[in-house]
Design a protein around this ligand. Structure first.
Ligand code: GAR
Length: 203
């Protein structure tokens, strides 16, 4: 008898280290209530695509630039999600905006990892290294990562998990980004995905 699992799609745009953490934690059993069925990349050059291929996960490229409108972009994504029967979407370094008309169709079924302790250094314009540049410029001594549900407010959905990371003297945006990834993102994203996948199985 095959065990039922929540069908997951992971959306990526770049290096895909968070995707890799999800793949590894699925293999090791930390994620057991869900299964990654599809990866969607917003860029054909994303290294994340190679990670998906290596893991044998179907990967589709949907480029915003190649779509005339946001509506067309989201329509393409939605038809892929329907085709694969996706029940949970994980934004793992996905650098495109999703409109309210998209997010409202998946209430509490889209999660995002953000590289700060929300509500600090989040919202419009805060993504990737920019977040760590802002944290260093402010001079905070503690930062971290947040996994949250996605709604119509950028980085404004309900928080699922957070983990703090200390800032070190002499940190650069790059060294801080790496520490936040290793000590927070790659740990709490798989844990949160397992938690939400298990909750969705009960629905
Ligand atoms: C990660 O640090 C992720 O938290 C961040 O981009 C990086 C992607 O790295 N996401 C955001 O800033 C979203 N607002 P990855 O491609 O190696 O996972």
């Amino acid at each position: 008898m095959s065990e039922r699992k929540t069908k997951i799609a992971v959306f990526v745009s770049g290096g895909g280290t968070n995707l890799q953490a999800l793949i590894d934690k699925q293999k090791s059993g930390v994620i057991s209530s869900g299964e990654i069925k599809l990866v969607i990349s917003s860029s054909k050059d994303a290294y994340a695509i190679k990670r998906a291929e290596k893991a044998g996960i179907p990967c589709e490229v949907v480029s915003r630039k190649e779509c005339d409108t946001q509506q067309e972009f989201e329509k393409k994504i939605r038809s892929l999600l329907d085709e694969y029967g996706i029940e949970l979407i994980v934004l793992a370094g996905f650098m495109c905006i999703l409109s309210e008309s998209f997010t409202s169709k998946y209430p509490k079924r889209i999660v995002n990892v953000h590289p700060s302790l929300i509500p600090s250094f989040c919202g419009k314009g805060y993504y990737g290294l920019k977040v760590h540049e802002a944290a260093l410029a402010y001079g905070v001594k503690v930062t971290g990562a947040t996994v949250h549900f996605v709604n119509e407010i950028p980085d404004g959905g309900e928080i699922i998990m957070q983990k703090a990371v200390e800032v070190s003297d002499g940190d650069t945006p790059e060294t801080l980004q790496k520490r936040v990834m290793v000590n927070a993102e790659w740990i709490i994203l798989p844990q949160a995905v397992e938690k939400v996948s298990a909750q969705l199985l009960e629905k």
